[in-house]
Design a protein around this ligand. Structure first.
Ligand code: 13P
Length: 253
C-alpha cells in the first residue's frame, strides 16, 4: 500500500526572521501545483508565525520542533500546543534525538509531549532511533521498540491516523553517513509490524513513517522507493532551497 509522501524540513536552531522568510518563500515557489505529496517545515519557534504568513495558501504545513503538554502555566522555556496552533503550526516534532541526547528527554517525558500534542489537535511526529553503540551492540530493534512502545503509551488507535513516526538513526544525523536503503527499510518494516501488533493492521498500513539522517538530493530517490519509507525528515539539506526542492521532487527509482 502506498501512503501519501511527506517531506519535512527541520530547520533546527537556524534562521533569523529574514533568512527564514526568504527560505520559506523560495521553498513555496517550488511547491506550486504539488498535489500528490505533503511538505511541512519546522522552523524555530521565534519565526513560526512569520513563516506562516509567507506560506499561507501554498499548501505547505508548519510544525514546531517540540511541544509541551499543557495549554499554559509555569513551564519556563516551553511552548504550549495552543501557542503552536496560534502561530500557524499544525504539527510538532517530538522526541528528536537532539532532545533525547543533549537535553536528556526520556521516553516518559516524550510520551507526555505526544499525548499533549494530540489532545490539542497537533500532529505529533515521534522520532525514534538508535545510537552507533546501540547498533553495533545489536540493540537496534530493542531500542526502537522501547521508543515506539513508550512514546505511544496511552495513544488510542483513533489518534494514530493523526500521528507520524520518524526513524532517525542517531549515527546518521548530520554525519553525511546515511543509512543504506536496506538498513532503513529493515527498521521501517520492523516499526510497521510493531504498530500492527500494538493496534491493527489498518493502523499500521496507514501510518506514515519518515526516514531522517543525512537525506540529500542524491539519496532521496532510492530511499523513497522502499516499501515502508513514506517520507523524509531532513535537516541540513532543508536549509538550502535548491537541495530541498530536489528532495521534495523525488522520483522513485
Ligand atoms: P540531517 O539531515 O542534517 O542529517 O538531520 C536529520 C535530522 O535530524 C532531521 O530531524
Amino acid at each position: 500500500m502506498k501512503r501519501r509522501p511527506l517531506l519535512v524540513g527541520n530547520w533546527k536552531m537556524h534562521t533569523t526572521v529574514l533568512d527564514a522568510c526568504h527560505l520559506a518563500a523560495d521553498i513555496a515557489k517550488t511547491c506550486v501545483g504539488l498535489k500528490d505529496r505533503d511538505v511541512l517545515l519546522a522552523p524555530p519557534f521565534t519565526v513560526l508565525s512569520q513563516v506562516a504568513h509567507v506560506v499561507a495558501e501554498t499548501g505547505i504545513l508548519l510544525a514546531a520542533q517540540n511541544v509541551c503538554w499543557e495549554a499554559q502555566g509555569a513551564f519556563t522555556g516551553e511552548i504550549s500546543p495552543l501557542m503552536v496552533l496560534d502561530a500557524g503550526g499544525a504539527a510538532a516534532i517530538v522526541g528528536h534525538s537532539e532532545r533525547r541526547q543533549i537535553f536528556h528527554e526520556d521516553n516518559a517525558l516524550i510520551n507526555k509531549r505526544v499525548r499533549g500534542a494530540l489532545a490539542f489537535g497537533l500532529v505529533p511526529i515521534l522520532c525514534v532511533g538508535e545510537t552507533l553503540d546501540e547498533r553495533e551492540g545489536g540493540q537496534t530493534f530493542k531500542i526502537i521498540e522501547e521508543h515506539i512502545r513508550s512514546g505511544l503509551a496511552g495513544v488510542v488507535a483513533a489518534d494514530m491516523g493523526d500521528t507520524v513516526l520518524a526513524y532517525e538513526p542517531v549515527w546518521a544525523i548530520g554525519t553525511g553517513q546515511t543509512a543504506t536503503k536496506e538498513q532503513a527499510q529493515e527498521v521501517h518494516a520492523f516499526i510497521r509490524n510493531l504498530v500492527a501488533g500494538m493496534y491493527e493492521k489498518d493502523v499500521a498500513d496507514q501510518i506514515r513513517i519518515l526516514y531522517g539522517g543525512s537525506v540529500k538530493p542524491d539519496n532521496i530517490d532510492a530511499l523513497m522507493a522502499q516499501d515502508d519509507i513514506d517520507g523524509a525528515l531532513v535537516g541540513g539539506a532543508a536549509l538550502n532551497a535548491e537541495s530541498f526542492e530536489r528532495i521534495i521532487h523525488f522520483q522513485e527509482i
